[in-house]
Design a protein around this ligand. Structure first.
Ligand code: E4P
Length: 217
């Protein structure tokens, strides 16, 4: 499973990249705003800075919701750096834009996926990634992991090459459950990845080994 980090924070991206296990970065307009990045040029410059840190795919989201606007914005984003993936919202014109970019060989990530039908439609349009938001589904009493499993079956039935990018990951168990049900990618905060390191028996076992070593020296 590929590990993406879901942030526009450069320090966080560097920390994840330094671990050596980072496969890419996802951002969205809220994450950019959280870092105080506003204005078109600053936003474009920030995407370039992210691409300089990460050597994997970097999702950059369009703001337009109409076909012409999405194409215009997406082309500017895609021209920034070869690793940019144009992030397109799940709306009717978004499907047309996914097809347009797919035909041009430009990578896309269809965002705000909450049903298997939406994922199927995005895959039909040639999306490189679909992003089901599992945390936001869990928040309102639906089963986000079940959605990932459902999309996995559909994509495998028809050999779609579109990758499932489990998004809105909130915790480490989400990461493990996504891996169990065969998500191709997860994107979440660094804490959800670092949580994979932890077990109290690992910590106490290491403390014991070091203490025993110190006794003999
Ligand atoms: C996906 O690409 C989104 O940026 C993200 O995962 C949304 O997560 P949230 O529900 O924590 O905002």
């Amino acid at each position: 499973m590929k590990f993406f980090i879901d942030t526009a924070n450069l320090e966080g991206i560097k920390e994840a990249q330094d671990l050596g296990i980072l496969d890419g970065v996802t951002t969205n307009p809220s994450l950019m705003a959280k870092e105080g990045i506003t204005g078109q040029q600053n936003i474009l410059d920030h995407y370039l800075k992210i691409c300089e840190i990460s050597d994997g795919d970097v999702s950059a989201e369009v703001i337009s919701t109409d076909f012409d606007g999405m194409v215009k914005e997406g082309e500017i984003l895609a021209a920034l750096h070869p690793n940019i993936v144009v992030k397109i919202p799940m709306v009717k014109d978004g499907i047309k834009a996914l097809k347009y970019f797919s035909d041009k060989g430009i990578k896309t990530n269809c965002t705000l996926i909450f049903t298997a039908g939406q994922a199927l439609l995005a895959a039909k349009a040639g999306a490189t990634y679909v992003s089901p938001f599992i945390g936001r589904l869990d928040d309102i009493g639906y089963d986000g992991i079940e959605l990932i499993a459902q999309i996995r079956v559909i994509f495998d039935n028809y050999l779609f090459e579109t990758e499932i990018l489990a998004a809105s990951i909130r915790n480490t168990m989400h990461v493990i459950r996504c891996a169990e049900v065969g998500s191709d990618v997860m994107t979440g905060p660094l804490s959800s990845i670092l949580g994979l390191l932890k077990h109290p028996l690992t910590e106490s076992g290491l403390a014991q080994f070091l203490a025993d070593h110190a006794k003999g020296n």
